[in-house]
Design a protein around this ligand. Structure first.
Ligand SMILES: Cc1cc2nc3c(=O)[nH]c(=O)nc-3n(C[C@H](O)[C@H](O)[C@H](O)COP(=O)(O)OP(=O)(O)OC[C@H]3O[C@@H](n4cnc5c(N)ncnc54)[C@H](O)[C@@H]3O)c2cc1C
Length: 321
């Protein structure tokens, strides 16, 4: 097979996923808690760590700082799982505004979109149309679009839409989650055009039928797929803050003779800033995923789930209100 599962042995059992993380991922979907947290001004310091600001101008300001340090960005307008087509249209227009200004404000930037924000849960065809509108704007203005991968409830449709646009927009990047059992098969299914991927571990709470749930096994699978992506795919991106994964990518690239500029590391705004600088100094390309907007709650809760120590800070900020 073109790409095989790293190992079938010792796959995670239901009980092996860390409970606080899974609880937090449920909390991320709770609308009442979202309303409380969003109104609470004491949450602002922790929000500011992970979110570049409320509006596009804030995002450009944060981008300028990162660009000075030799780091590119991918702009992410916060907001997901919209329930009205008007919201998905508004998000599409906001993204178009960003794309039109990329060349003037920060050439080299990309935009990252969630298809649940472009309407995939309401009308997949309308969502595909919105994505095409962004891809056309990106082609006109010399920008690139990256498609985030969300929960498996929209994952199949996301991949199907990505495949449908790929022939006309082969530079479009798609996030691929190492934790998903389906991932090797998905990668093998790209027979004509090899995709540009952003390999990530996977941030959503998934069943053990759908995903590996043991952190060590996800990391091993990430490392296996990293090497594989360097061998088989054009310009792969590695979205990780994990030192051991970063090291594996560096070593595999050196062994395979892949130039440091032929792939990139991607990290989230507010996470491992020193490591980003170090990688730039070593000659690697680095891109920061830069979220902005007011609808930060689900995004922030996923970040809390990745780093439960931060949760204490967040809870204290809520209680401090
Ligand atoms: C650029 C980018 C784009 C992403 N896009 C997607 C996507 O489209 N779909 C998706 O499912 N997931 C996405 N993710 C999230 C990803 O799936 C992981 O949940 C996340 O990156 C944590 O995994 P890790 O590889 O950093 O390793 P981990 O083992 O989780 O973390 C390694 C170390 O990094 C630091 N760290 C990690 N996360 C945080 C944090 N939140 N705050 C502070 N420190 C932290 C800690 O020091 C930690 O010990 C993306 C991640 C990145 C970097």
């Amino acid at each position: 097979m073109w790409c095989e599962q790293h190992s079938e042995e010792g796959w995670a059992t239901e009980g092996s996923a860390p409970m606080p993380n899974r609880l937090l991922l449920h909390v991320a979907e709770n609308k009442q808690l979202e309303a409380i947290a969003t109104r609470n001004r004491f949450t602002r310091p922790i929000v500011d760590r992970y979110v570049a600001g409320n509006g596009l101008e804030d995002a450009w300001a944060a981008t300028a700082e990162l660009n000075k340090a030799g780091i590119d960005v991918s702009l992410d307008l916060l907001g997901e799982s919209v329930h009205h087509l008007a919201q998905s249209k508004a998000a599409t227009q906001e993204y178009q505004g960003a794309i039109e200004n990329i060349q003037n404000r920060a050439p080299g930037s990309t935009v990252s979109v969630k298809l649940s924000q472009l309407g995939i849960m309401i009308d997949p065809q309308e969502c595909a149309n919105n994505l095409k509108a962004l891809l056309d704007a990106a082609a006109t203005h010399g920008a690139t679009v990256e498609v985030d991968m969300e929960h498996s409830s929209v994952g199949r449709e996301t991949l199907a839409i990505y495949k449908s646009i790929l022939p006309d927009h082969p530079n479009t990047r798609v996030a691929i989650q190492a934790n998903m059992r389906q991932t090797p098969e998905d990668l093998a299914s790209f027979t004509d055009i090899k995709p540009r991927i952003r390999l990530v571990k996977g941030a959503f709470d998934e069943s053990s039928a759908a995903a590996l749930r043991n952190a060590d096994e996800v990391t091993e699978q990430y490392k296996f797929l990293s090497r594989w992506a360097l061998q088989h795919l054009p310009d792969p991106a590695f979205g990780t803050h994990d030192d051991s994964c970063v090291d594996v990518v560096k070593k595999a690239a050196a062994e395979l003779g892949v130039d440091k500029r032929s792939f990139e590391f991607q990290m989230l705004y507010g996470v491992r800033r020193k490591l980003q600088d170090q990688l730039v100094r070593e000659g690697y390309r680095v891109r920061v995923y830069l979220p902005y907007g007011t609808q930060w709650y689900p995004y922030l809760m996923r970040r809390m789930a990745e780093k439960p120590a931060n949760l204490l800070l967040f809870l204290r900020s809520l209680i401090g209100s």
